[in-house]
Design a protein around this ligand. Sequence first.
Ligand code: SF4
Ligand code: SF4
Length: 83
Amino acid sequence: MVYVDREACKGCGICIALCPVDVLAFSGALNQRGVAYPEVVAAERCTGCQNCVVYCPDFAVVVTGEPAPEPDAREARLDSACC
Ligand code: SF4
Ligand code: SF4
């Protein structure tokens, strides 16, 4: 599973450019800071090479064997981690 944290993304497009099998593409939507962020368009093609994870300058991409967290669950985790 490939997951992009849209609010952490700065829209550089590195993950899109470096994915060898075109799993990611710009979504056409903007995050809360007005940044265009990628979406997963072909998760089934992902080989797990981790290029997107390693080269994302903002640590906004996660590739895991587990399903992506539901947005509500993720926000709850972030809330609980906040000081
Ligand atoms: S892990 Fe590799 S194949 Fe999968 S989305 Fe990232 S760059 Fe593409
Ligand atoms: S590499 Fe990271 S910051 Fe750049 S577009 Fe992809 S997710 Fe966003």
